[in-house]
Design a protein around this ligand. Structure first.
Ligand code: ADP
Ligand code: GLC
Length: 471
């Protein structure tokens, strides 16, 4: 099958979070199953662009509101990512360093989607499926069905994968002319609560919808940032497929980004050596358990609870634990976390920003990884942590509930709690400190979690079944 993935992110080209990891891995595993999966994304001005070779494969133009925009599609020539990578360049819109966060993101991602549909409309053959990811690409199924210039694409099946329904890409109706001329009778497919809602529109128009874990699909029916009714209504076309991890990138035995590589047999010494690097660099105590947080400092991740929870855990436990935080996001949380560096020196440290190398070192060197998320559609961090022998401490939600079982339960191996509150976090930290003192149990758990199969093979095949169903 020929599968075209459309996404705003794809690792290692451009990544802000787990979406990038998934789109950088899933196509590769689909190709290994004998299919032809390709990725199309914006041509941001990231390092990847300057370090690789590309060729121009198409040039075109389209109208958007009162502008006529030229676009160029370039293709990476070596296929070293394990799939064909196409980048869409649009002057003055996509040619930026960052992925998101600009005032004209609506115009940027709408133009990106129009360029793709316009390019597809020029193809001499028909791909088997267009697989769009999140709201940045979710208007594509609508455009293929209802924009007059592109309606001949309407017979191509489409799949929308929802990585996070908190973000829906809302566009006010006074910008509706951004979308190429469309059948006005179909306005109801675009609208949700008097706003153009690309994610809702994608759910309505895609042939099939998937979420990145089965647990999250259940949750969307009562917690979907306003779209609960829609998910209840469209339940029949939705399925939950758990993400995997890319073992070419995330394997402690071969990871070039960590100080000491290790496998299951030498996990104890390997992890200790990696912990030492972190403790030396961040002035932490190697003899105490090290709990880390890695991620976006936003409400969904309950990052706002971290400062108080960490202060309480250090004070109540009389300093029997170390914390290290890596993340960026809400400026107020960033500044609180940074200010704590000097107050809790020796017990706590933080690195504000995005740092891929340090994140790998932290998965490798930590004893525990904390994820108190309020919303977690899948969560990759806990899976990476387990692969690197780091015990997850998670709130039971979405994909976290699907992947982590409390060590108090039969066959359990993680620490789970129910509420995103400071108290639940500090209580779980207390359980972690106690567990840490039982070395034999910790060794058994590390042995278990490093062997859990989170590989992509299985899930990549499940997506193929979805495509086959609609073909
Ligand atoms: P989300 O996509 O919601 O942010 P995931 O758990 O799916 O959450 O994936 C997060 C990904 O982003 C992981 O690969 C994680 O290591 C990475 N990540 C998040 N924040 C940072 C950071 N500040 N520095 C480095 N990597 C980060
Ligand atoms: C989103 C979700 C995260 C998920 C990732 C990859 O960013 O927040 O839970 O793991 O997408 O699917």
């Amino acid at each position: 099958m020929e599968i075209i993935h459309v996404s705003a992110e794809c690792y290692p080209v451009a990544k802000a979070g787990g979406l990038g990891d998934v789109v950088g891995a899933l196509p590769k595993y689909q190709n290994q199953l004998g299919h032809t999966a390709k990725v199309v994304m914006p041509m941001y001005r990231t390092k990847f662009l300057y370090e690789n070779q590309f060729e121009v494969v198409h040039k075109g133009a389209f109208g958007m509101s009162n502008y006529w925009l030229d676009y160029t599609i370039i293709k990476e020539t070596t296929n070293y990512l394990g799939f064909d990578l196409y980048l869409v360049d649009i002057y003055n819109l996509l040619d930026r360093e960052k992925i998101y966060g600009y005032d004209d993101d609506t115009e940027r991602f709408t133009a990106f989607q129009i360029a793709i549909v316009d390019w597809l409309s020029k193809w001499e053959h028909r791909p088997d499926v267009i697989h769009v990811h999140d709201h940045h690409a979710a208007l594509i199924p609508f455009m293929m069905q209802n924009c007059f210039a592109y309606r001949h694409l309407s017979s191509i099946p489409t799949v929308l994968t929802i990585h996070n329904a908190q973000y829906q890409g809302w566009i006010s109706w006074d910008k509706s002319s951004l979308i190429p001329e469309w059948d006005k009778w179909k306005w109801g497919q675009l609208d949700w609560d008097k706003t153009i809602n690309p994610l809702a529109c994608g759910v309505r128009c895609a042939s099939k919808v998937t979420t990145v874990s089965p647990g999250y699909l259940q949750e969307l029916q009562y917690n979907a940032n306003g779209l609960e009714k829609l998910f209840e209504y469209e339940r029949g076309k939705c399925s939950g497929i758990l993400n995997g991890i890319d073992e070419d990138v995330w394997d402690p035995a071969t990871d070039p980004l960590i100080k000491t590589e290790f496998g299951i047999a030498d996990a104890a010494t390997g992890k200790q050596s990696n912990k030492k690097i972190l403790c030396d660099e961040f002035s932490l105590d190697i003899n105490k358990p090290l709990i880390v947080f890695i991620g976006r400092l936003v409400g969904e991740k309950a990052a706002d609870l971290l400062p108080q929870a960490i202060m309480d855990a250090i004070s109540n436990g009389e300093g029997s634990v170390n914390f290290l935080v890596l993340g960026s996001g809400d400026p107020a949380v960033e500044s609180q976390l940074e200010q704590m560096n000097s107050h809790f020196m020796g017990y706590y440290n933080s690195q504000i920003g995005y740092n891929e190398k340090l994140s790998h070192q932290m998965y490798a060197g930590a004893d525990f990884l904390l994820m108190p998320s309020r919303v977690e559609p899948c969560g990759l961090n806990q899976m990476y942590a387990m692969r690197y022998g780091t015990i997850p401490i998670v709130r039971r939600t979405g994909g976290l509930k699907d992947t982590v079982k409390d060590f108090g339960e039969d066959g359990g191996y993680g620490i789970c709690f129910d509420n995103a509150t400071v108290w639940d976090i500090t209580y779980s930290v207390h359980r972690a400190v106690e567990l840490y003192s039982q070395r034999k149990r910790v060794t058994e758990i590390i042995n278990t979690i490093m062997q859990i199969d989170f590989s992509w093979e299985n899930s990549a095949g499940k997506y193929i079944q979805v495509y086959e169903y609609i073909n």
